[in-house]
Design a protein around this ligand. Structure first.
Ligand SMILES: [Zn+2]
Ligand SMILES: [Zn+2]
Length: 261
């Protein structure tokens, strides 16, 4: 049976006047990313751009009245798929080349990796869509991000935190005044993926040691619902405990052997 073509691929939830959550509700829940539109005084930020199978740029046009910087929290296809549509595009330096090349392997979207499947699309995002043609569209980043960069929105500044482990170029954006964290796939309330080809558990543990010390009141994650402070610390504590158990890949021996990297 052939699938129908979707009329409206995206859905928006207004969190506050200056914050919108955009999702792709007809796509498989497990990989469905949260895309955050942060409205500032002098520029707007889009944290993650979804699969890139429908025009996010057109979809959010009515919400924009200032220059927009589109940011990929990391290279995975569910976050960086729509980057090519935007005029100003930023990603961490460690994954800039993968975006520039449209590197499907780093984006986890080659057919062999099996992350992009036909039955993950409840309807077709556009007529003629097939998963076989799905690819990360190559695009040159206009900005590369580094630890410590501050994204100035006029009325607030968001700090770039480099938090590798899930992938080498994972970033989160942190507002030290409101203590809000836009966390991408670094932390969310669901199965954490730390065994992908690009993941590194000792590095992930170091990232969580760092996050544990960060005063956070609210987390706007790359997947699943918004988190408060308590749940944030619970997730960190559980992960550190689980992965630091003797015999686990993050246990002392492995970490120290690889500490020269
Ligand atoms: Zn990811
Ligand atoms: Zn993701």
């Amino acid at each position: 049976m052939s699938k129908s073509v979707c009329q409206s691929w995206f859905s928006t939830q207004r969190i506050r006047d200056d914050l919108y959550l955009i999702t792709e509700p007809h796509y498989y829940w497990y990989n469905r990313a949260n895309l955050w539109l942060i409205k500032g005084q002098t520029q707007d930020l889009l944290v993650d751009t979804g699969l890139g199978v429908a025009s996010l740029r057109q979809y959010i046009a009515s919400l924009l009245d200032k220059p927009l910087l589109a940011i990929a929290s990391h290279i995975h296809f569910d976050h960086s798929g729509g980057m090519h549509e935007f005029d100003r595009r930023a990603i961490h330096a460690a994954e800039a080349e993968a975006l520039r090349q449209g590197d499907d392997y780093e984006a986890l979207c080659t057919p062999e990796q099996g992350w992009v499947q036909d039955d993950h699309f409840e309807v077709l995002p556009h007529a003629g869509f097939t998963v076989e043609q799905y690819t990360l569209q190559a695009t040159e980043p206009t900005h590369t991000l580094q630890e410590g960069d501050v994204l100035d929105l006029g009325d607030r500044g968001l700090e770039v935190l480099h938090l590798p482990g899930h992938s080498p170029g994972c970033i989160a954006l942190y507002d030290p005044k409101s203590r809000e964290l836009f966390s991408g796939d670094v932390i969310y309330d669901g199965e954490l993926l730390d065994e992908l080809h690009c993941s590194h558990i000792p590095t992930y543990l170091a990232t969580y040691d760092r996050l544990q010390k960060l005063p956070v009141e609210a987390v706007y994650p790359g997947h699943y619902p918004i988190l408060g402070r308590e749940r944030y610390h619970q997730i960190i504590g559980e992960y550190l405990e689980r992965r630091r158990q003797p015999g686990c890949p993050g246990e002392g021996g492995v970490g120290s052997r690889e500490s020269g990297q």
